[in-house]
Design a protein. Structure first.
Length: 53
């Protein structure tokens, strides 16, 4: 009985996923932009040490 319930749940999840991708989700509107440096980003600078000699 648990196997039948698991199979039913898998069918429902698959059907929902198929409808979601076939209808073209409107919620997801990703716009790809090139990465640009931000002034708010921390900058890592090398620390001078005696080991660099």
């Amino acid at each position: 009985m648990k196997g039948f319930a698991a199979f039913g749940a898998a069918v429902v999840i698959t059907a929902v996923a198929a409808v979601w991708f076939l209808t073209g989700p409107v919620v997801v509107n990703a716009e790809v932009k090139p990465l640009q440096p931000s002034a708010k980003m921390p900058v890592w600078k090398p620390v001078p040490t005696d080991l660099a000699r």
